[in-house]
Design a binder for this molecule. Structure first.
Ligand code: ARG
Length: 386
C-alpha cells in the first residue's frame, strides 16, 4: 500500500487557505468556501463482484477483465481535475485533495477477498457533509470498501483544525454474499424496460436488506430535508439508518423511473431555494413532485445533454451527467463546458455560468458534483418546505 502522509491540506493554495477551517454545509447552493476535489490517479476498472460488473468489450475491458485505466485517460482527467481545483482556489475556495492508495491490490476482510479496489475519484459517493458533521458512507461495493482510507488524511486534518467538527462513520458493512442477490446482473440488463422500472419501483434490485448500505451521493441536501434515493448502491435499510442518524431532519426515501438508479445527483439536482433541476427522462415519484409543488418549488426539466450521442470510453455514467453541476453560490453554477444548451437554459433562470472542461473526468465516475464534497458553505439549517 502506498504510504500515506498526514499533510494533504494544500498549503500552497493562494486563496482560502488563510481562513480557519470550519466544517459547515446544509445544502448544495449556499456560498462555497471549502471543498474536496477527487483524483483520477490510480483508478482501476474494477474486478467483477456481485454488486457491479464492468463490461467494455470495445474498450479493452471485456467482462471478467480488470486493471488500471489507460494512462492517457488518467493524465487527461488529472489535468482537468487540477485545473478545476485551481479555478476554485482563484475564486477564494479552499481545496483539499484525497491521497490515492494502490487500487490494483487485492483486498479482504475476514469474510471475503476481492481482486481489486477502484479509485478515489468521486468523493461525493463516500462523504456526506451535513452541518458540522462529515459522515463516511457504508458503500456497497467490495472494491470500494477501503476507499475511506484515501480520505483519512484530509479528514484528520479537518478534525485537528476545527474543534466543532463531528466526524462520523456509518457501520462498516459486512458485504458477505447475504448482502446481494448474487445472480442479479446475469439477467437484469436483458429485462424489458417496463420490468426493470417495476423492479426499481418495488425496490427489488441487487442489494438485499441484510444490513444498512448507502452511498453518500444518493442523498440530496435541502436544509432540513434530505432526499435519499433507493438505488443499486443504497437499500431501504441504509435509508432507515440515515433517518435515525439525522433526527432533526426530515429524511425521505425516493425513487424515479430510472432503470439504472445510481446516485441522485444527476436526477434531482438542487439549484437554489425554490428551484430544482430534474432529469426529465426519469420521472420522479408523484409524492416527491407533489411535496415540491405544494411548497412552491419550480421543477425545471433539463434539456437533452450535449454528450447524448457520444458516450465516452469506459464510462458507467449516462449522458445525464450533464446535470451534475457544482454551485459556487445560489446564483453561480459550474457547468461542463460542452453542455452549452444546458448552460443557456440555466442562464435564462438568472444563473451566472462558469464553464469547466470536465469531459475527461466522466469515465472516472462523474461530473463536477460527484468530483467534489462540500466542506464549508455559508449558512445555517433552514426549512425550505415549511
Ligand atoms: N449515475 C448517474 C447517471 O449516470 C451519474 C451520477 C454520478 N454521481 C456520482 N456521485 N458519482 O446519470
Amino acid at each position: 500500500m502506498t504510504e500515506q502522509t498526514t499533510t494533504v491540506s494544500d498549503t500552497s493554495a493562494p486563496a482560502g487557505s488563510e481562513r480557519p477551517v470550519r466544517v459547515n454545509a446544509w445544502n448544495g447552493w449556499d456560498p462555497l468556501r471549502h471543498v474536496i476535489v477527487g483524483r483520477a490517479e490510480g483508478t482501476v476498472v474494477q474486478a467483477p463482484e456481485h454488486a457491479v460488473r464492468r463490461d467494455y468489450p470495445d474498450d479493452g475491458f471485456p467482462l471478467g477483465t480488470y486493471g488500471p485505466m489507460p494512462a492517457d485517460m488518467v493524465a487527461e482527467a488529472e489535468q482537468q481535475l487540477d485545473d478545476f481545483a485551481d479555478m476554485l482556489r482563484r475564486r477564494g475556495v479552499r481545496v483539499d485533495r484525497p491521497t490515492p492508495v494502490d487500487f490494483t491490490q487485492e483486498v479482504s476482510t475476514p469474510e471475503w477477498t476481492h481482486d481489486s479496489m477502484f479509485g478515489c475519484m468521486p468523493p461525493r459517493d463516500l462523504l456526506l457533509t451535513v452541518g458540522n458533521e462529515v459522515l463516511e458512507a457504508t458503500m456497497s461495493y467490495r472494491s470500494r470498501w477501503f476507499e475511506y482510507l484515501c480520505y483519512r488524511p484530509v479528514l484528520q486534518s479537518l478534525f485537528d483544525a476545527d474543534d466543532r467538527m463531528r466526524w462520523e462513520a456509518a457501520p462498516k458493512p459486512r458485504l458477505t454474499d447475504a448482502s446481494y442477490k448474487t445472480g442479479f446482473w446475469d439477467t437484469y440488463n436483458d429485462l424489458p424496460t417496463e420490468e426493470q422500472l417495476a423492479r426499481v419501483r418495488d425496490y427489488d434490485l441487487v442489494l438485499t436488506e441484510a444490513e444498512p448500505l448507502f452511498d453518500a451521493a444518493d442523498v440530496a441536501r435541502f436544509g432540513k430535508d434530505l432526499f435519499v434515493q433507493l438505488s443499486f448502491v443504497t437499500n431501504r435499510s441504509g435509508y432507515e439508518w440515515l433517518r435515525r442518524h439525522f433526527p432533526d431532519h426530515r429524511v425521505h426515501a425516493v425513487t424515479s423511473t430510472n432503470t439504472h438508479p445510481l446516485h441522485i445527483d444527476a436526477t434531482w439536482v438542487p439549484l437554489r431555494p425554490g428551484l430544482v433541476l430534474h432529469c426529465g427522462e426519469r420521472l420522479a415519484d408523484a409524492e416527491l413532485m407533489e411535496f415540491f409543488k405544494l411548497n412552491d418549488w419550480e421543477i425545471v426539466e433539463a434539456v437533452q445533454p450535449a454528450s447524448w450521442d457520444h458516450p465516452p470510453k469506459l464510462s458507467f455514467c449516462s449522458p445525464w451527467l450533464a446535470g451534475n453541476m457544482l454551485n459556487l453560490d445560489e446564483n453561480t453554477l459550474c457547468v461542463e463546458e460542452k453542455e452549452v444548451r444546458l448552460a443557456e437554459q440555466l442562464s435564462s433562470y438568472g444563473f451566472e455560468i462558469v464553464p469547466v472542461p470536465f469531459r475527461a473526468v466522466g469515465p472516472f465516475g462523474g461530473g463536477l458534483h460527484c468530483a467534489t464534497v462540500d466542506i464549508e458553505r455559508d449558512g445555517t439549517m433552514e426549512d425550505y418546505f415549511p
